[in-house]
Design a binder for this molecule. Structure first.
Ligand code: FDA
Length: 397
């Protein structure tokens, strides 16, 4: 086979999302001849809808490996250490994109996520990356020293193949489990993929909360020793909001979580003091001083807190308070890949180099971005992993 033809490249990258674009730009600018393929008709589809259209493109703490879930907790450290939030911010600023910090170190565009995609395409252009969209990948193989990528029209070859096709979250946007198929085909292990950063559903015993759909409350969501203090939101089907999305990445079917609905107070002490100060007040009135009205009423009803504060023994108030500080839920499930912002699990990092994301068993084959078993917290961490892993592989091509 001759490799000087138009279908031969130094590297082929599958998936023109966050990681693939970053990797392509990095390798292209290092003088590599790069082909970037995607089955969708546009690049960076998830970037465009991210962060409510403003793209939470990184987090000031985005290089802290402990904010990422992975079977090997140290794996992400290397790539994140070499390309951190400050590096991506420098790129944003070089392109004159205005940004702001929203909360908890989360950085967003002032304008639109489209600016991020335009920036990445410009960077690819600088590297003369050959981008082909609306291209279905029919098969991937390694017949000789080169990888062969078959598309309906042509077969492309390269000594290096980078899989950047993400995870299966939000299939209606073109997300697939393609990366896992490729990994398994080449003998690599895949850590069971599960939906993460996803709303949780509640069963009939928690039906009461259905009436609260749309109510948000400042809370601490806890799963074991893992806690997140952010808003929780009651929905028709269960629970959502940032605190719940965060905890969903740690939760597994059958397990419980707790919600502290009064995170700044010792609720038992608060109720016992309220009984002394306002003995004639109704419990739900007292609760409504500290909680959204509808939630206060639902809780009073659920716990059968009738009558006046003076009627309730301290023992009941103490139990009520304990419950308010750690309301137990056993979610029946999650809203699944259809609603999951990311996929947890993925290509097992035990088979990959943490420096180059190359498969130890299959020289020249790299996996980057969400396809890999590295999942960030909510808040810009997942894009930071996409950028960092994309650069790490791009520098190795
Ligand atoms: P990504 O999904 O970006 O790209 C994969 C590419 O591969 C896609 O272009 C896809 O079309 C292509 N592809 C898939 N299968 C293929 C196949 N079989 N053949 C050819 N091409 C294929 N994160 C964050 O940090 N901040 C945020 O604000 C948000 N917001 C957000 C909102 C919503 C609604 C979602 C769903 C997700 C987020 N995320 C996020 C998560 C973030 O979008 C995600 O972690 C990154 O996009 C992952 O980047 P990748 O490049 O790995 O995959």
């Amino acid at each position: 086979m001759t490799h000087h033809d138009a279908t031969h490249y130094d590297a082929i990258i599958l998936g023109a999302g966050a990681a693939g674009l970053m990797c392509a730009a990095t390798a292209g600018q290092r003088g590599r001849r790069v082909l970037l393929l995607d089955h969708l008709d546009r690049a960076g589809a998830k970037i465009l809808i991210s962060g409510g259209g403003r793209c939470n493109f990184t987090n000031l703490d985005g290089d802290k490996a402990e904010r990422f879930l992975c079977a090997n907790p140290h794996f992400a450290r290397s790539a994140l250490g070499r390309y951190g939030p400050a590096d991506f911010l420098a790129l944003i600023e070089a392109h004159g994109i205005a940004w702001h910090e929203k909360t908890l170190g989360q950085l967003f565009c002032d304008g639109s996520a489209r600016q991020i995609v335009a920036m990445l395409l410009e960077e690819c252009d600088k590297g003369e990356v050959d981008i082909r969209l609306s291209t279905r990948i029919a098969a991937v193989s390694k017949p000789d020293g080169n990888f062969a990528v078959e598309t309906p029209r042509e077969t492309f070859t390269a000594p290096r193949l980078i899989i950047a096709t993400g995870g299966p979250s939000i299939p209606k946007m073109g997300a697939t489990g393609f990366a896992y198929d490729v990994a398994r085909r080449f003998g690599l292990k895949v850590v069971e993929p599960r939906p993460a950063l996803v709303p949780l559903t509640l069963g009939p015993e928690d039906r009461l909360f259905e009436s609260l759909s749309g109510v948000a409350v400042d809370s601490i969501a806890a799963h074991g020793r893992t806690t997140f203090r952010e808003a929780s939101l009651f929905t028709h089907r269960g629970l959502s909001g940032p605190a719940i999305l965060q905890i969903s990445s740690y939760w597994r079917k059958g397990e419980g979580i707790t919600l502290d609905l009064l995170p700044d107070a010792d609720a038992a002490a608060l109720l016992i003091a309220a009984k002394k100060e306002r003995p004639r007040a109704e419990p739900r009135t007292i609760l409504a001083q500290h909680l959204p009205q509808r939630l206060a009423e639902a809780i009073a009803e659920r716990l059968a807190l009738a009558g006046r504060m003076a009627d309730l023994p301290d023992r009941i108030l103490a139990a009520t308070g304990a419950r308010l500080n750690a309301w137990p839920f056993v979610p029946t499930g999650s809203e699944g890949f259809a609603k999951a912002e990311v996929t947890i699990g993925g290509v097992d990092t035990a088979g990959l180099s943490q420096k180059t994301l190359e498969a130890g068993k299959v020289p020249g084959l790299h996996f980057i971005g969400e396809a890999v078993d590295v999942t960030g917290w909510l808040g810009g961490y997942n894009f930071q992993w996409a950028w960092a892993s994309g650069v790490a592989a791009g520098q190795a091509l």
